[in-house]
Design a protein around this ligand. Structure first.
Ligand code: ZN
Length: 322
């Protein structure tokens, strides 16, 4: 099940010009972490509970108002966009500021939400982290430096001085199933290759079997990005590129598009060693089953192949498109 698959619940991103009622949820994000109320089975606090938080009086005078995020079914979620410079000194000491005996609130890393039982809450937390980060980066106009305002019609920040409009940033990328006959190309990150988490911090990748992947560059189609990434990472030419599925990936403001394709000619791999440590073609039987909860599009594609839900030769036996 992928991150965004929260059925029977449904996600509503449409902007609403609202302030929260006392029972609406507040998702407060800081540096890749989310505030959780330890009561109510570790849920996001309601407005009523949030306003009892020890640090609330310190953030509130600057921020003043809540910002609407989204709804899941009829549960509404809001955030508070604060002045990071003023608030950082408090939050950096947050573990000192929260008394040991006060177990009512704690911060959990957004990444840890992946393992939550309630999938819609994991999705809500990650989406809130993404949107709050965007709101904080959009508080001033990038053209003239004037403080921006929120449109009351849609999720857009605009500059009252020059009219600049800023919409949430989404970064499209491709996840690529490269096939050679009945085998799928799996890669592993170089464990020393540093990744960025979007807050300026780096982390080392979790090393497990993955797929060739990368951002779509300006001016490229998805198919162009597939050809370029496969060439860059493993030195192979590909053909018969076909779209499979897509998934949002809010932790990197991402929108992932999965494609399948076939090696064109020689399948000898020339590895890009800075980023990857191995790249190996595996048969269905050689793909390791994913245990537990796994919400990534990469895993979904590998698992579909392992279970035979992707044709073993996904494209080779289909007629070429005209
Ligand atoms: Zn401006």
């Amino acid at each position: 099940m992928m991150l965004h698959e929260i059925a029977p619940k449904s996600f509503h991103i449409e902007w609403q010009n609202l302030q929260p009622e006392r029972d609406d949820r507040i998702i407060f994000a800081f540096d890749g972490q989310i505030l959780i109320a330890a009561t109510e089975e570790l849920r996001f606090p309601t407005r009523e509970v949030f306003e009892k938080w020890i640090l609330f009086p310190r953030i509130h005078p600057d921020s003043g108002a809540y910002t609407y995020l989204f709804a899941i079914d009829d549960e509404r979620y809001f955030t508070m966009v604060y002045d990071e410079r003023q608030f950082r000194p408090f939050l950096e000491n947050l573990y000192k500021d929260i008394p040991e005996e006060d177990k009512t609130y704690r911060f959990v890393p957004v990444r840890a939400l992946r393992n939550r039982e309630a999938q819609h809450e994991a999705f809500a937390g990650m989406m809130a982290g993404m949107l709050t980060g965007w709101y904080r980066r959009s508080r001033f106009c990038g053209k003239c430096g004037v403080r921006t305002r929120h449109s009351d019609k849609e999720r857009m920040m605009y500059c009252p001085h020059c009219g600049n409009m800023i919409y949430p940033q989404i970064c499209p990328s491709v996840i690529i199933g490269v096939f050679s006959k009945d085998r799928l190309l799996t890669t592993r990150y170089n464990p020393e290759h540093l990744m960025f988490d979007g807050t300026g911090k780096t982390f080392k990748p979790v090393v497990h079997d993955a797929l060739v992947a990368g951002y779509i560059e300006a001016g490229e189609t998805g198919e162009d990005a597939v050809r370029r990434e496969v060439m860059e990472e493993v030195g192979l030419r590909v053909k018969n590129i076909r779209y499979w599925k897509s998934s949002p990936w809010p932790m990197s403001s991402g929108l992932l598009f999965a494609y399948t394709c076939e090696v064109d000619g020689d399948d000898r791999i020339r590895l890009e060693e800075d980023e990857l440590s191995t790249a190996v073609f595996k048969t269905r039987e050689e793909i390791e089953p994913r245990v537990g909860k796994d919400i990534a599009l990469t895993s979904a594609l590998m698992e579909a192949f392992r279970r035979g839900e992707l044709p073993e030769r996904p494209i080779g036996e289909l007629p070429e498109r005209p």
